[in-house]
Ligand binder design. Structure first.
Ligand code: GDP
Ligand code: MG
Length: 297
């Protein structure tokens, strides 16, 4: 019996904000390196993780949410997401089991019509719905587009995820691995650190801070004793936002810093000294020059 060929390729996970893209990726990778948040749009279009199986290598790109674009930043992200999905080997279009197809899915299937890339419809959060409703949903989506596979999963419980990975790796082109098998992400540590700080801000400030927060890592130094010293800036658009991030007598900033530091220490497996600064740059999310400077390019 001949060995199965080795396959490797790129997979883009696309879908509306909050459908569970980051959760699914974390579930597949088995390690918390992708940032999940109960707020949308905390991920950018980058290689987020690499999953190795005996017969292949799956390289995942976690794109920003596709949604109706309002601000310049949003439009930029939607364009980036739409462009990125044409350059991969397989697309996972992730939807929720308890919502109907909407404009966002139409935009994605329109973009992919005739491109020839296999598209998997991944129906997530099946832990939340009755089987009958799920079947009706599958039928509604199946009429939208000739999906290669329709795979119901729960990223939260892991139900169906193994089968999804098997089906996807079988669709990748034959060829050697793109990356050595001992790394699971090519994201620079600085980027991961910035995303962790950003996630803590979203979680801790709840609805008080809109999405107009950026985090930049200004320095990242490993000392001879192994301690990693990191300085990062939190960039907001208004003085009132700066006040919220700092909090009463600095309490909020302290909590953001200590929560972020714990997570970064776990991830880097080192002691970390984290210094945070809060800066106001008026209307940065509408300013092309500042956007570029902050890495949205
Ligand atoms: P993203 O914006 O698409 O990356 O979505 P996230 O991965 O950040 O998930 C958004 C929310 O949905 C989080 O609160 C997750 O815990 C939740 N979630 C993700 N997958 C599932 C699932 O399979 N079942 C349930 N019940 N919740 C889920
Ligand atoms: Mg996400």
């Amino acid at each position: 019996m001949a060995d199965k060929p080795f396959r490797s390729g790129f997979i883009s996970i696309v879908g509306r904000p909050n459908v569970g893209k980051s959760t699914l990726l974390n579930r597949i990778l088995g390690e918390k390196i992708v940032i999940t948040s109960d707020k949308p749009q905390t991920t950018r279009n980058r290689i987020q993780g690499i999953h190795n199986v005996p017969e292949g290598q799956l390289v995942f790109i976690d794109t920003p949410g596709i949604h109706r674009a309002r601000s310049r930043l949003n439009r930029h992200m939607v364009e980036a997401a739409l462009a990125s999905i044409k350059e991969v080997d397989v697309v996972f279009l992730l939807v929720e089991a308890d919502t109907n197809p909407a404009g966002e899915e139409g935009l994605i299937t329109e973009t992919l019509a005739g491109v020839g890339i296999p598209v998997f419809l991944v129906i997530n959060k099946i832990d939340l719905v009755e089987k009958e409703r799920l079947l009706a949903r599958i039928a509604a989506y199946a009429s939208l587009f000739p999906f290669r596979e329709i795979v119901p999963v729960s990223a939260l419980t892991g139900d169906g995820v193994e089968r999804l990975v098997e089906l996807a790796s079988g669709c990748l082109p034959e060829g050697p691995a793109y990356f050595p098998d001992d790394i699971i992400s090519d994201l620079p540590e600085r980027f991961i650190v910035a995303e962790i700080v950003r996630e803590k801000i979203f979680r801790l400030t709840r609805d008080e801070i809109p999405y107009s927060v950026a985090v930049t890592v200004d320095s990242f130094k490993e000392r001879p004793d192994g301690l990693i010293a990191i300085a990062a800036s939190i960039v907001v658009e208004r003085d009132s936002q700066k006040g919220i991030v700092i909090g009463h007598r600095g309490a909020m900033l302290k909590r953001i810093g200590s929560d972020a530091r714990h997570e970064i220490e776990g991830l880097l497996d080192a002691r970390v000294f984290l210094e945070l600064f809060v800066k106001v740059r008026r209307d940065w999310s509408e300013n092309p020059r500042i956007l570029k400077e902050l890495g949205y390019e």
